[in-house]
Write a protein of this length. Structure first.
Length: 207
């Protein structure tokens, strides 16, 4: 067996195990760490497929930004794990049934298309000298998939506007808000208040 196939099966096995641990482990911090391991394994597989740009984006965006944010939120929140553990066994049969149905659908689709044959998985030819993976992705994204790309951008724009509108909606009574304009215009005497206090003897000097 060539070394590249050994490396592929190794990372695929690590990826599968990490994905299973993400949905089975009880501690959310451990689940986030296993998800980071799954992202790294996926990036390694993409590197084997000579998709360097996608691998780097996966590591930088998801591992370097999204998962760090997830870990920060999970570790800052005081999550009560007892109710989560109580409902795990209750919904486990339904979850296993849905997972089995999804796996069966995938197997039927692959079997119907005849993809189990060895000819359905040809080894891709190596890229020529000077090939740019980033350029190839950009050409496909802005030519063949331009409309889906613009639709996705529009959906994200609507989501951002909706989030800002929900944040800036009419404030409820009793909530504290900041006024940046008032903070900029504040003067020194409004920030500092000097109070004169009468000196008192130390505790050991009191009668």
């Amino acid at each position: 067996m060539p070394i590249i196939e050994i490396v592929f099966y190794f990372f695929a096995l690590v990826l599968t195990g990490a994905a299973v641990m993400v949905i089975t482990v009880r501690n959310p911090v451990y689940a986030a760490l296993f998800l980071i391991l799954a992202f790294f394994s996926s990036a390694a597989i993409w590197m084997l497929l000579e998709a360097e740009f996608l691998a780097i984006v996966l590591v930088l965006v998801y591992v370097g930004a999204v998962m760090v944010l997830f870990l920060f939120v999970v570790m800052m929140l005081d999550i009560n794990l007892a109710p989560m553990q109580e409902g795990f066994i209750k919904y486990l049969p339904v979850g296993l049934l849905i997972a089995a149905l999804m796996a069966l659908e995938f197997i039927l689709v692959i079997w119907a298309s005849g993809s189990f044959d060895a000819a359905a998985f040809p080894v891709p030819s190596p890229n020529p000298q000077g090939f740019s993976n980033t350029k190839a992705v950009g050409e496909l994204l802005y030519t063949q998939y331009l409309l889906p790309f613009e639709v996705a951008g529009l959906i994200l724009l609507v989501a951002i506007i909706a989030a800002i509108a929900l944040t800036l909606r009419q404030q409820r009574s009793g909530t504290k808000v900041q006024n940046p304009a008032r903070q900029v215009q504040v003067r020194r005497d409004e920030r500092i208040r000097l109070t004169k206090m009468k000196s008192e003897p130390r505790l050991d000097q009191r009668g």
